[in-house]
Design a protein around this ligand. Structure first.
Ligand code: ZN
Length: 254
């Protein structure tokens, strides 16, 4: 059995003597479209882990560079992420952006969870929370996660944030014959769409930067809180041993 101490550290934060589960850990309970197929296609568990680590590393690098740029610095840019960063810089030129903070820890005492938001700021006159993603598209769970940050942020601060956005930064190569898209974030190429039998001819790498704003904040938060209940239920055996979890009594059934 995995020690409770390890599970606590892995899925939450200790804040002023209390333990709060992390937003990203809770959101893992939500099924990701396509992930099972992807996992099944990776050969072995080891190969999958290795690839996933590389993709995560690529995303982390983009995150770091983008956050530095948002803080007004111009860091060294690795050639691997250049098209993505160029697309982001182009996007920045077209919008009025004021950054108030990055990597900010927020905690909801009301709902007992904690998390770290990417960017707090004002975009084109609206104050909100920006979450950076480097995935090949924007999924519903990205909004659910960010809704949780908004709720926690607004619980504590009097100057409220009114919205949230997902900023997706990505890059790919398109086949000029069949339109397939190739991404090489993990070292090995991942090809999607297009035709299988095509003798692909790849165009040069294209960067993408797209912003999507929340469309239904209440629904996203409700979904998060439901996911949290489900997460508590499926982790109840060890959660019941976490003495400093403030939500302890609420999820325990008789
Ligand atoms: Zn092709």
């Amino acid at each position: 059995m995995i020690p409770v101490k390890y599970l606590k550290r892995n899925s939450g934060y200790e804040i002023n003597g209390l333990w709060y589960p992390r937003v990203t850990s809770i959101c893992k309970i939500i099924a990701k479209p396509g992930i099972e197929k992807w996992l099944a296609n990776q050969g072995s568990f080891y190969a999958m882990q290795k690839k996933r680590k590389k993709i995560t590393g690529w995303g982390t690098l983009v995150h770091e560079v983008v956050e530095k740029i948002l803080l007004g610095r111009m860091p060294q840019i690795d050639s691997d992420i250049c098209p993505s960063i160029d697309a982001f810089l182009e996007w920045m030129k077209k919008h009025k952006i004021d950054v108030f903070g990055i990597e900010k820890r927020v905690t909801s005492k009301k709902h007992s969870y904690s998390g770290t938001l990417d960017v707090l700021g004002e975009i084109d006159g609206k104050v909100g929370i920006l979450d950076l993603k480097t995935s090949s598209s924007i999924w519903d769970d990205h909004f659910i996660q960010t809704a949780a940050y908004l709720e926690a942020y607004n619980e504590k601060f009097s100057k409220k944030a009114e919205t949230y956005w997902i900023l997706r930064i990505d890059q790919y190569q398109e086949c000029s014959i069949c339109g397939a898209k190739k991404r090489e974030k993990s070292g090995e190429p991942v090809i999607k769409e297009g035709k299988k039998r095509c003798n692909h001819k790849w165009k040069k790498v294209k960067g993408v930067c797209e912003l999507k704003e929340a469309s239904n904040i209440k629904r996203d938060l409700d979904t998060f809180l439901t996911a949290k209940k489900l997460w508590e239920l499926s982790n109840r055996s060890w959660l019941s041993k976490v003495r400093n979890y403030p939500n302890k009594l609420k999820y325990q059934t008789s």
